[in-house]
Design a protein around this ligand. Structure first.
Ligand code: 6PG
Length: 242
């Protein structure tokens, strides 16, 4: 298990820029070595800034979206047009602006029954059963909630024990059903990239990096993959207080 790789930017824009640059490099390597880039986007609000940057014409040219397959590490169980949808946020900020469009965009089909939606996504993740279970995605973007949740893996929830690669789970604190990648899938990834910004996250970042009580975000240890943390100085404040 490799040590987490820390990228701390002085400001949020610096951190977003560093992650965008790293993402383009990983895409280039994946497409060179395997002919395609398997990327999972994260939800919530933080990544919107990254997606907006990647949608800029000068940045679009730096990532070969035509050979990129886009997944979502979690999704709220709402229609893709709903304001809470992670697909809608990523589509508005990035995907709808891309030309050429990605090789494939696999949104969670929330109009299906949960069982059908999970079966459909397992099929997409294994590229129509051509990849092993759990499949190895090249990059999975993730965020962290203030109590340490990531994707839709929340503390003290049965979903943390799932042996499946995807799950449909109820989140009481948010009164919402969600689809999510599980730990077996996340821990099969080639690269995990957390993007965490803002002083409101400094406490959870400190808790994760000082190995206090484990939270879902600290349970992700891909082998032989690695974990990158893209933090701004505000969220990393307690790691190097000087
Ligand atoms: C979601 C995300 C979730 C998010 C964290 C951080 O669907 O909300 O997948 O895991 O990454 O809640 O969210 P913010 O970036 O909004 O702080």
């Amino acid at each position: 298990m490799s040590d987490p790789i820390l990228h701390v930017g002085p400001t949020t824009p610096d951190t977003i820029h560093d992650l965008a640059q790293w993402l383009c490099q990983e895409a280039e390597l994946a497409i060179r070595d395997r002919g395609r880039f398997l990327l999972a986007l994260s939800g919530g609000s933080t990544p919107r800034q990254l997606y907006t940057l990647l949608a800029e014409p000068s940045w679009q040219q730096r990532l070969d979206w035509a050979h990129t397959l886009v997944f979502f590490s979690d999704e709220r169980d709402v229609p893709p047009t709903h304001p809470d949808s992670n697909f809608k946020m990523a589509s508005d900020a990035l995907l709808s602006h891309l030309n050429p469009v990605p090789q494939a965009i696999y949104r969670w089909h929330t109009e299906y029954s949960p069982a059908m939606a999970l079966a459909d996504y397992r099929h997409h993740l294994t590229l129509d059963n051509t990849l092993p279970v759990p499949p190895t995605l090249d990059v999975v973007l993730l965020g962290v909630g203030p109590e340490g949740h990531t994707a839709s893996l929340f503390p003290d929830r049965p979903v943390l024990d799932s042996e499946d690669i995807v799950s449909h789970t109820y989140v009481p604190t948010h009164n919402s059903w969600r689809y999510t990648f599980t730990l077996p899938l996340l821990n099969a990834s080639r690269h995990i990239a957390f993007l965490v910004t803002g002083s409101e996250k400094q406490e959870i970042i400190d808790q994760i990096f000082t190995h206090q009580a484990p939270v879902p975000a600290s349970m992700i240890h891909p082998v032989p993959g690695d974990v990158h943390w893209f933090l701004d100085s505000a969220s990393a404040q307690r790691l190097n207080p000087n």
